[in-house]
Design a protein around this ligand. Sequence first.
Ligand code: BG6
Length: 479
Amino acid sequence: MTNKIGDNFLWGGAIAAHQAEGAWNIEGKGLSIADVMTAGGNGIPRKITQGVIEGEYYPNHEAIDFYHHYKEDIELFKELGLKCFRTSIAWSRIFPKGVEEEPNEAGLLYYDRLFDTLIEHGIEPVITLSHFEMPYYIYEKFGGFSNKEVIPLFVKFATCVFERYKDKVTYWMTFNEINNQADGQDPLHVWTNSAMIIEDETKKEELVFQAGINELIASAAAVIEGKKINPDFQIGCMMAYVPVYPYSCNPEDMMASVKANERRFFYNDIHARGKVPTYALKYWAEKNYQIDISKEELAILKEGTVDYIGFSYYMSGTISTLEEIEGQATEDIQQAKIVKNPYIEVSDWGWPIDEVGLRYVLNTVYQRYDLPMFIVENGFGAYDQLTEDNTVHDDYRVEYLSKHIEQMKKAIVEDGVPVIGYTPWGVIDIVSFGSGEMEKRYGMIYVDKDNEGNGTLQRLKKDSFSWYQKVIETNGEKL
Ligand code: BG6
């Protein structure tokens, strides 16, 4: 048992292709579902348009133009001391519509250059296959992952990039936050992972379960193919963990929290254990949901389990059944509400800030699956103020991150949880997924661009840059 963070610990940083690359329609890239999301704002939802509409502003089209700036950005990552860097591959750069027989060589070459540059700088690429994007054509033609015909298309894409980058990438993840099946605007859009627009609201939950199962089959089939290509691959899942605490020790609150957490565990239970959990089978039967899943598909799920649990952690939630407590009703757990936790502050976007929740997740999830854990997202979105000396004094970000790392250390050192690495989200400022803003910033590197798309794209180091540099240099001793 270790009494400190191991020497091979992967200190890193994370972004996603569509939130950073820009270059949305060059070198053969096809339109992706992320390319039709307009800019929203703090509390203002993004719109999903039918195709690209003139006059609308789509922040991902240029993003921070990482596509053309990756060399200078990787220089900065090297200076920061990153051991790994998490990003994703834009599916529509490789298969523009998703249905082509042959991949787009220009797209493959771009990721060759990117991964080679990272490796030359001693930074290990950690790659997500699908981070909230797929070719838009797949939505138009098949209705996204509601359709089983999309499973082989994903597996073809996965196999192609596994084969191409088998000597460059070891750590992979299949779907980003697979349990995040919404985009926060119109409740009938289930866009992020599934690309579905639901016509009949009463069918929504059943359709989301079906699409989720289809994605899980696609993920397992990709794991099986990946292991044939390189048995040393480490292929993980990626979950958004928002643990739900009981508001009180009232047994009804305790049970409500168990039920709410089941919804978080559903995807991971299948990814890690290779079978549909009994609580889900019961729920489907009770609701009379007809989830199509064949014997062959069940065998794929069983075989294609993951090697590690990748997850994002930003916040915890709290649930109550007590009548006197104000809160927002949950649809799934009758009589229960999501309520404010009186012990926890929230960010400017209303996200609860709870560092102990990270230790809680590391412990409970590890105990459930007995698999290594990889914190592939954690961070603090905030309004940053650029000062006259061209920097940002982001002590609030340092405070958030250092408190979370402290809790991660406790989980490793005191609780014995094996943690592969830590890649804070948006190590460089990128477009916010939820709001489409540039000014919801997470980075240690500032990018000069505003919510309307103005700016020079110049990169500047924030105070958190030198702080994180020290953290990595001392392997987490100095926080
Ligand atoms: C995670 C996503 O949900 O949270 C990222 O994997 C996203 O894509 C991140 O950017 C932070 O959310 P937001 O809405 O603040 O960008």
